[in-house]
Design a protein around this ligand. Structure first.
Ligand SMILES: [Zn+2]
Ligand SMILES: [Zn+2]
Length: 300
């Protein structure tokens, strides 16, 4: 994929996975076999409060990443547990139980000090507002924009929270994940990591830099931004938007709002943003089956 002028490989990843090590239905090896058979390249184990000895597992050709989902600190007065998706932590990351961290920030700091990184998992499902996230967490990399597992109560999307955080100046990227616990969560949302190779450090560096996009199905083939001109190529989509601060933004598929019964499919986007200043722009595309893909924001 041409990603801002660099030719990078695309590695399909599920970055939020539970197994029988916590409350998942599948053993670690069973969940590996499901994702390997579906053609995934990367699987991160993120059991509740527990790491996995991923270096001892047979990845069936996939790269396995060490992770953990942390639940520090009940946020008063609404008694909300944080769900902190932590990637790249050492397999012996010392966690134990919730009492290790008095605040969510202490947990984030511990993960960062151990060389890992944190995304705030499914804020809408948790009942967390964008202000809760902004005011309580520093030095996280972003949020989940889509979480397959949360669709059972209709709270799988976090697009508005993401825009609110971006609007507030939080330079957050966003993942799409399955948060797989059982069969019904498999293969709903994934993250395409854009990296030179699929060694763990190369993949983690790419995630840290924001070299990825989130998807439920549509594929980006190119995203470039040169001299203020945004260009993208992607698999056929019926809605193509560029979201930006407040009431600004852009729709490249406007005709489909006039003729929704027979929507035209678009495979590219080109728009001059050279006059836009002090804002973010992010691309959001949706195919005729209703499935989205999301680029990370570009800061102007
Ligand atoms: Zn969770
Ligand atoms: Zn989870």
């Amino acid at each position: 994929m041409n990603f801002f002028g660099r030719e990078l490989n695309v590695y399909k990843a599920n970055l939020h996975t539970h197994s029988t090590v916590s409350d998942g239905k599948y053993t670690p090896q069973e969940v590996i076999e499901h994702y390997a058979a579906q053609g995934y390249d990367v699987l991160a184990f993120t059991d509740h409060r527990k790491t996995n000895p991923v270096s001892t597992y047979d990845g069936k050709g996939m790269t396995l990443l060490s992770g953990i989902e942390l639940h520090p600190h009940i946020m008063e007065p609404r008694e909300i547990h944080w769900h902190l998706l932590s990637l790249g932590v050492p397999e012996d990351f010392p966690y134990g139980d919730d009492s290790n961290f008095k605040t969510a920030q202490e947990a984030v700091d511990a993960v960062n000090a151990a060389g890992g990184m944190v995304f705030c998992a499914h804020p809408y499902w948790c009942g967390l507002t964008s202000l809760d996230v902004k005011n309580n967490l520093k030095n996280i990399l972003g949020i989940e924009v889509f979480n397959s597992s949360c669709r059972y109560i209709g709270r799988e999307f976090n697009m508005q929270s993401w825009d609110e955080l971006l609007e507030a100046g939080c330079r957050y990227n966003a993942l799409a994940v399955d948060d797989v616990h059982s069969q019904s969560d498999l293969f709903g949302g994934y993250t395409c990591i854009l990296a030179e190779n699929k060694e763990p450090q190369s993949l983690l560096n790419a995630i840290r830099k924001g070299d990825f996009y989130a998807s439920m199905g549509p594929e980006f083939k190119k995203i470039t931004f040169e001299n203020g001109i945004l260009e993208a190529e992607f698999s056929p989509c019926v809605k193509v938007n560029v979201l930006a601060n407040a009431s600004s933004g852009y729709c490249a598929s406007w005709d489909n709002y006039l003729h929704p019964e027979n929507p035209e499919e678009y495979t590219s986007l080109k728009k001059d943003f050279s006059q836009w200043k002090n804002c973010y722009i992010r691309i959001q595309i949706q195919d005729k089956n209703g499935k989205y893909a999301w680029s990370n924001p570009i800061w102007l």
